[in-house]
Structure formats: structure tokens, C-alpha cells
Design a protein around this ligand. Structure first.
Ligand SMILES: [Ca+2]
Length: 563
């Protein structure tokens, strides 16, 4: 325990130190004055719970004409992975550029407190003069009550109306995110009315025929499974229409040539043995990047990319130095720094504990199961709502019940893997010949060399990145937020210097790792900006400031009136 405690506090110290060196970017930004014309806009189009089940990725069942055309205009990444197979941990990695296992956001929905100075990468973009919008999901695993929204230092706008079109100065470069929820697991299994609404844009011939579905070998072939599979693909076609609408808006605004567009899924498909597992079905995602004049149209890029690299890549493209503490690595722009492996983790999912770690190179996947005594198919209330899983559990019951006519034959050996009472401690798959990861090579004599290499890589990564997974969650929580009491950022201190009509203002905050938001507007709809350097206001004026930090309550607001 003492050893673990010291490791955690050491991480905090190291990160705090690393950040004190990079904080100058946030507190003083010469880039902000730079001309915007040379700086590209960046647009992220993300989709929920989406594997690379698109026509451009060679899936003949999928109807995605607009995304396929978009892919033909840019680069399609064939080895892109999320760092976790579920929303909140994956999104915590994406927004900070850090491994959730390092900063404590590894458990699904945990309201973690990251070490000081772990900021949203968008703060560095805002400091450099970008207008940053998010429409609309956040789910970063750090949000504070009562609003459960990220601090006002993170985005210029985050809402269902957030849009690059709202920026007051149209010459300001923007970074805009639009997250599409239509493919989320909850939509796949929604009732018929919601499903009909979600797929209203599809023509009758665009719906997917369940009879023609190509199912993974670990699913039983039944009408229920085929129906869910086809519905997921119908929703992908609905997504395809939504993406097209957004790309058209970019063209209407004359911005397509100076905007780098990223399309990606936040983790793998929201179907059984996909989402929540570190198999490729849970972590491999589509990633398409269109960069006019720079990326050759229609190219295929097979470099290893993690979604946590997206933030550093945005910084690299915007000409902002990637902070040294960030574990994500840019894959485009001047600071591109390619990686050989991606890593993934699975920890508590809702109410159910498990712990898996995975490392993937272009060919092999190695998985270490830290709780081999627990079955894959542990009950998780929300996950168990999925009709495919209900069907599989029904068949497994028949398979095991000697009184059933299907005793011993309801599921085949591949379909039974998911229901094994225990897991192997290690799994190794050759994804080039076994893309569904059902043939575990960990015990195969001819695979021992690969197994040793991958095991050593994972072990080193866990040590290097100070993996917090073995710490009981209650202890982790107690360290992050003793007694369950939320930390609150100290109120910022404003120092002023009046000369004639003008007031010069410097703002500081004593809470380590905090950022400062300010506005000169009054009322609830005031637009909060990120404070980066000395302000000059003309009297009469109002200044409102507050201190913010991920995992903390905002400070009390400080208001000054200059008559
Ligand atoms: Ca998701």
C-alpha cells in the first residue's frame, strides 16, 4: 500500500513538474496574435460505438456512399484504435491526451480527479487563438456537479447548437467537434418508434436485409441476432446522411479547402463482445482524414494510431507545441511522432469489475486478464439489455440444460468461448488470419516468441505509465477525493492598474494546475473566455473571473466593476 501510495504521489509530482514547464503556453500566448489565414480550421466528426463497418473499409454489406466519397478524398487509417472500449474512459483519453490508467479515469463513469495540470487539449488551442466548439457530448469522466459540464475554460461553446458558424469573428480559425449519437448501442436496441425516427432519412431500398447479414462466428445465427445486426447497419446509413449534411455546410461556407476534417468512431460497435471488450470489435475504429492539398486523395495509411493521439495531432496541425506531459503522439503535422504499438484497458464497467490490458501491433493482439477467475459474460445491467446477449444467454441455458432438446448443441465451440466460466490468463491473436480473435495462440508452441515480446511490451508500458488498475477503486477514489469531498478551486486574484480610461488587469489563481475563465458580459449567457495574458479594458467595464480545474468544483466567481 505504501509503495502504491508513493507511486501515485510521484506521478502527481512528475506531472505537476512537467506542466509547470508547459503552462507558459496557457498563460501567455504569442500565437494568439498570429494571422489566422495560415492556420487551418479543424473539424472532428465523431460517431458513437462504431467499428470500421463502412463500404470504404471493404464491408460490402454496408451502405455508406457519402462516407465512401469522403474517404476517397482523404486518407483512410486501417490501424486506428480507442484506448478503452467504452465511452467515458475513451473520452477522458481523447480530451487530455493521457492514458486513463495513468490519470485515474480508467473506470466507467467515475468522476476522477486527474493530477494537477492535466487539461483539455482544447485549452492549448484556445490559448493559441482557436475558437473551439463541441456539439455536444462530453462524458469525459471528470465533470463536476451541479451542471456535470466541463469547465468553461475547455470550450467556447459546448451544446447542441455549438457550431463554427457562431464565432463572432469569421476570420478566427476554429476547432469544431460534432458527435453523432445515432449509432450508439442504446439506439440499436431502441423501440420501433425511435428506430423509425432514427432511420427516417433512408429510402426503402437502403435498409439492410437481415437475411444477407454476415455475422461474426461468435454469434449464433438466429433471427434476433440478424435483426440487431441489420439495424446497426441501418443506423450507420443514417449516420452517413448526417455526415454529408455537415460536410455540405462546410462547403456552403467556403471553408472546405482550409479545413482538415477527421471522421472517427469513439470505440467499437455497441453489440455483444464488441463495446466493453479489448478485442478489435471493441477498440478498432474507422478514422478518415481529409486534408486538401496535403493528403493524397484515396490513400490508405496503415500506421498504428490511438484516439488519444487526436488531440496532440490537432495541436501539431495548428502549430501549437504538444505539451511534454501528453502521452498521446501526433500522427500528422510537424510534430508527427509515429507509434509502433497501441494499448487498451478495460476496468470496471458500470457495476461490474474486471481488469484486462491489451497491446496491439499491426499483426498481433496480446491480452492479459488480471481476473482470469471471472467469466467474460459477467452480468452488467445496461449491457444485458441488448437482445443479442439475451438471445445468447437463452441459448447457453438450453445448451447446458439436459432437459432441453438443444442440450449440448445450442451453441458451437466458438460461440461457447464467451460463456466459459473462467478466462485464460493470457490471450494472443494473429489478427491477419483471425480477425474475430477466437483462436487463442497463447498456448501454441510456435507462438511463444511473439507471446514473450508482446508480454514484455505490455509489462513495460504498465510500469512506464504507472498503471493504476491494481489499486482498489475505493482507495483510488479516497486518494483523488479524500472523504468524497469535492475540492474547490481558490477564487482568482485580480490585480489592476488604472491609467485614464483604461484598466490593465492581471489574474492569478493559487490552486495548482488550475485555469482561469473570464468574461466581460453579465447574466447567465455571458461567453467565457480562457485567460492567457494581461487584459486591457476600457471603463466603464465589468470583469467576472473564476478558477477551473478538471475534477474540481469551479471557484466562487469574482466580479469587478470599473466605473
Ligand atoms: Ca460511445
Amino acid at each position: 500500500m505504501i509503495l502504491r501510495r508513493s507511486i501515485f504521489s510521484r506521478i502527481c509530482c512528475v506531472l505537476a513538474f512537467a506542466l509547470s514547464a508547459t503552462l507558459s503556453i496557457t498563460t501567455d500566448s504569442p500565437q494568439a496574435k498570429q494571422s489566422s489565414s495560415s492556420r487551418p480550421n479543424i473539424l472532428w466528426i465523431s460517431a458513437e460505438d462504431l467499428s470500421p463497418d463502412l463500404g470504404s473499409y471493404g464491408d460490402a454489406y454496408s451502405r455508406t456512399p457519402n462516407l465512401d466519397r469522403f474517404a476517397s478524398q482523404g486518407a483512410r487509417y486501417t490501424n486506428a484504435f480507442s484506448s478503452a472500449p467504452v465511452c467515458a474512459p475513451s473520452r477522458s483519453a481523447m480530451i487530455t491526451g493521457m492514458y486513463p490508467t495513468t490519470i485515474g479515469s480508467l473506470h466507467m463513469r467515475s468522476k476522477a480527479v486527474p493530477p494537477p495540470g492535466i487539461k483539455a487539449f482544447t485549452e492549448y488551442l484556445r490559448a493559441a487563438g482557436y475558437y473551439c466548439t463541441n456539439n455536444a457530448k462530453t462524458d469525459y469522466n471528470f465533470e463536476a456537479p451541479p451542471s456535470n459540464r466541463p469547465p468553461d475554460t475547455v470550450w467556447d461553446e459546448t451544446s447542441r447548437t455549438a457550431h463554427w458558424r457562431n464565432r463572432p469573428d469569421k476570420s478566427q480559425p476554429f476547432f469544431a467537434v460534432f458527435n453523432h449519437e445515432v449509432t450508439h448501442e442504446g439506439q440499436v436496441r431502441s423501440d420501433d418508434a425511435i428506430y423509425a425516427k432514427n432511420t427516417a432519412s433512408l429510402k426503402p431500398e437502403e435498409f439492410h436485409d437481415p437475411a444477407k447479414a454476415v455475422l461474426p462466428p461468435y454469434y449464433p445465427d438466429t433471427p434476433v441476432v440478424r435483426k440487431m445486426w441489420a439495424r446497426y447497419y441501418d443506423l450507420i446509413t443514417a449516420l452517413d446522411y448526417q455526415v454529408e449534411k455537415l460536410l455540405k455546410q462546410l462547403e456552403e461556407d467556403g471553408l472546405a479547402d482550409n479545413t482538415i476534417v477527421f471522421f472517427w468512431g469513439d470505440h467499437g460497435r455497441g453489440l455483444t463482445r464488441g463495446k466493453r471488450w479489448v478485442y478489435d470489435s471493441g477498440i478498432r475504429v474507422p478514422l478518415i482524414v481529409r486534408w486538401p492539398g496535403k493528403i493524397k486523395p484515396g490513400m490508405v495509411d496503415d500506421r498504428m494510431v490511438s484516439l488519444m493521439d487526436l488531440g496532440p495531432t490537432a495541436l501539431s496541425l495548428a502549430g501549437v507545441k504538444v505539451p511534454e506531459h501528453m502521452q498521446g503522439q501526433a500522427f500528422l503535422g510537424e510534430q508527427a511522432n509515429p507509434r509502433e504499438y497501441v494499448f487498451a484497458h478495460r476496468d470496471r464497467m458500470d457495476e461490474t469489475y474486471d481488469m484486462m490490458r491489451a497491446v496491439r501491433d499491426k499483426r498481433y493482439k496480446y491480452i492479459k486478464n488480471f481476473f482470469p477467475g471471472r467469466p467474460y459474460a459477467q452480468y452488467i445491467a445496461y449491457m444485458d439489455e441488448m437482445p443479442i446477449l439475451k438471445e445468447m444467454r437463452r441459448l447457453y441455458k438450453d445448451h447446458m440444460n439436459a432437459l432441453s432438446p438443444d442440450y449440448g448443441k445450442a451453441l458451437n465451440d466458438t460461440q461457447l468461448i464467451f460463456f466459459k466460466p473462467e478466462k485464460p490468463p493470457e490471450e494472443l491473436y494473429d489478427t491477419t488470419v483471425d480477425p474475430h480473435e477466437v483462436n487463442n495462440l497463447a498456448g501454441s508452441p510456435s507462438s511463444q516468441e511473439v507471446l514473450k515480446r508482446m508480454r514484455a511490451v505490455l509489462d513495460k508500458w504498465q510500469k512506464d505509465t504507472k498503471d493504476l488498475g491494481l489499486l482498489p477503486e475505493m482507495e483510488l477514489r479516497e486518494r483523488m477525493r479524500p472523504g468524497g469531498v469535492w475540492h474547490k478551486v481558490a477564487p482568482p486574484v485580480v490585480s489592476e492598474q488604472v491609467s485614464g480610461d483604461l484598466v490593465k488587469l492581471k489574474i492569478g489563481c493559487s490552486t495548482e494546475g488550475s485555469s482561469i475563465a473570464y468574461t466581460t458580459g453579465e447574466g447567465r449567457d455571458a461567453r467565457w473566455k480562457l485567460y492567457t495574458s494581461e487584459l486591457t479594458l476600457k471603463r466603464p467595464a465589468v470583469l467576472r473571473v473564476k478558477g477551473c480545474r478538471f475534477g474540481y468544483l469551479d471557484s466562487d466567481e469574482v466580479m469587478k466593476r470599473f466605473e
